[in-house]
Design a protein around this ligand. Structure first.
Ligand code: CMP
Length: 143
């Protein structure tokens, strides 16, 4: 079954939005198979955001994502990568539709509440960066 990596960013953790955001994915029917509250090291942040290395916002991005705890998760389900990206809304909260996570809770691009993998390849890479195999659960879900 398809898996994706989702990460609630420091801004949303500090605003007590973890429960609200997790509830949306639970209600949708996806299965939470791994989660941890953790503060990311600078080397891990740089690896995670390697594709943005060299962009003007890279330094601020790394500094923001390491500024406080994030809630890192692995979710599983049919088409979870594309579907969770729809639920998050556009990267820029000002362009994200109302009803999406960024549209409902975000104001600005550099504090955009949540990150989600954008392809199966990034999902595999990001899950492996943040979680060991034994931290990922396998269980039956009765829907
Ligand atoms: P995320 O989905 O975590 O992936 C990369 C992040 O870079 C993105 O969310 C935004 O927070 C940030 N980002 C992308 N483009 C810009 C930009 N032009 N200015 C500032 N931050 C950006």
């Amino acid at each position: 079954m398809e898996q994706t990596f989702l990460m609630i960013k420091p801004d949303a953790v500090q605003r007590n939005l973890i429960g609200e955001i997790v509830a949306r994915f639970e209600r949708k029917g996806f299965k939470l198979v791994a989660a941890k509250l953790t503060t990311i090291s600078e080397p891990l942040a740089k690896k995670h955001y390697a594709e943005h290395d060299g962009k003007p916002f890279f330094h601020d991005l790394v500094s923001f994502i390491t500024s406080g705890p994030v809630f890192a998760m692995v979710w599983e389900g049919e088409n979870v990568i594309e579907s969770s990206r729809k639920m998050m809304g556009k990267t820029n909260p000002q362009e994200a539709e109302t009803g999406t996570i960024r549209g409902d809770f975000g104001l600005v691009m550099h504090r955009n509440i949540i990150h989600g993998s954008d392809s199966p390849e990034s999902a595999t890479r990001e899950i492996n960066l943040f979680f060991k195999k034994e931290e990922i659960q396998s269980y039956e879900k009765n829907v």
